[in-house]
Structure formats: structure tokens, C-alpha cells
Design a binder for this molecule. Structure first.
Ligand code: DX5
Ligand code: ZN
Length: 215
């Protein structure tokens, strides 16, 4: 069970401090948006390179961009330990996953809420993680989509069938009130933005989320 706080809800003027505030997390989730694949623009490779220099935890890059076949491998080359591309945007997901692994990162594939899992099941041997989006990608602070839990369960079933160690990540609206149903459905990596970076303080929010899924 791993917690990956999304820095999308952090203070962008103080990212080094914000990363230090989540030193007890397993990962720092960095949302890269290109204003084409999603209607929002965040940051790109130069900023990720800077974050990699100061982050106390490994970086989990979630690329919400067009043409990840071209743009995703350099994030792995720069040192991100996990790189997630969206299958809806990829031209050749199998080759892309192999390139990400060849650059030394875990290869991960994301599914938007409207994208079914079954057509992509055969890609499982190429993947280290599958991200099941629990909101429409693009913005933090949206409402959790509980109707994605059957998709999480379907991915978990495929992973069991195929064997191997593939993690299942959920992202969007994950909080103290929704994290347990994600774990029950089979997720084991939990992204949380607004539920971590708020007035309660990141460290205690992370501890609470972790406690809910590890008992
Ligand atoms: C949304 C991003 C998420 C976002 C989650 O497109 O992929 O990582 O930061 O934010 P919350 O946890 O607030 O829904
Ligand atoms: Zn994300």
C-alpha cells in the first residue's frame, strides 16, 4: 500500500518545501498537462528535472499529454522512477512501455474514466502499473467516481490471472472517505492531491490515509 501525494494541490511557489512536507510518502505524484490532451497546463521536463534534484521521495510522473510516444521516455531518462502515459494518447503503447523501462523507470499506463480495460489486457506483461482514473483528468479537487471500482477490480483480476507484480493506482478524489473502497477493489497505490495539501498538514494527512489502508 503506497501513498503518492499529487503536488498539483501544493504551493507552486514553494515546491521544494512542499516536497519536504511529503517526505513520509512513498512517491511524489507530478501531473504534467499540455493543454491539448487535457484542458489545463501545468509544467514540463525542465521543472521535473529540478524537482528530481530536491525531492526526498521518488517521482511518479503522470503525463496527461499528446504524443507520449515521443515525450514520455525523456522523463524516465531524467530520473523519474515511474512514468505514466495515457493509452488514449499513445500511438504504440507496447513500444512506449518498453522504452520507458529501457530508460530505467517503471512503465505505467493510465485509463480515463470512459476507457475500458479489457482491450488493453494483453499489454500487462509490458507494464509495472495501471492507473485507473477516478475523475476526468485535468484538475484537482473533483468528485471521486465510485463507479470506477469495477474497473479497478477487473484490472486486479487480470493481474492475478497473469501473475507478476503490477501495481494498480487510483487518482482523483481519493480522500479519507474514499480510499478504503479503492483498496477493497484492489488498488494499492493511492494518489491524493487536495486531501494531502490542505490546512490539516500534509504529514498528518498522509499518516491518516496510510492508516486507513494498512489497518
Ligand atoms: C487530475 C490529476 C490528479 C489530481 C488529483 O487530473 O491527475 O493527480 O491532482 O487531485 P485530487 O486528489 O484533489 O482529486
Ligand atoms: Zn495525476
Amino acid at each position: 500500500m503506497q501513498i503518492s501525494p499529487s503536488i498539483l494541490s501544493a504551493d507552486f511557489a514553494n515546491l521544494q518545501d512542499e516536497l519536504e512536507a511529503i517526505a513520509q510518502a512513498d512517491w511524489a505524484h507530478v501531473d504534467v498537462m499540455d493543454n491539448h490532451f487535457v484542458p489545463n497546463l501545468t509544467l514540463g521536463l525542465p521543472v521535473v528535472e529540478s524537482l528530481l534534484r530536491v525531492s526526498p521521495v521518488p517521482i511518479d510522473c503522470h503525463l496527461m499529454i499528446e504524443d507520449p510516444d515521443r515525450w514520455a521516455p525523456p522523463y524516465a531518462g531524467a530520473g523519474a522512477k515511474s512514468v505514466t502515459f495515457h493509452v488514449e494518447a499513445a500511438h504504440d503503447p507496447k513500444t512506449l512501455a518498453r522504452e520507458i523501462r529501457a530508460q530505467g523507470a517503471r512503465a505505467s499506463m493510465a485509463l480515463k474514466p470512459g476507457t475500458p480495460w479489457e482491450p488493453y489486457e494483453e499489454l500487462l506483461p509490458e507494464l509495472d502499473m495501471v492507473l485507473v482514473m477516478t475523475v476526468e483528468p485535468g484538475f484537482g479537487g473533483q468528485t471521486f467516481m465510485a463507479d470506477m471500482m469495477p474497473k479497478v477490480a477487473a484490472v486486479r483480476q487480470s493481474v492475478r490471472r497473469h501473475g507478476g507484480e503490477v501495481w494498480i493506482q487510483v487518482d482523483g478524489g481519493v480522500s479519507a472517505s474514499t480510499i478504503e473502497q479503492c483498496a477493497d477493489a484492489g488498488a494499492d497505490v493511492f494518489v491524493a492531491g487536495s486531501a494531502v495539501f490542505n490546512a490539516e498538514g500534509a504529514a498528518s494527512n498522509i499518516a491518516r490515509l496510510r492508516e486507513l489502508v494498512t489497518g
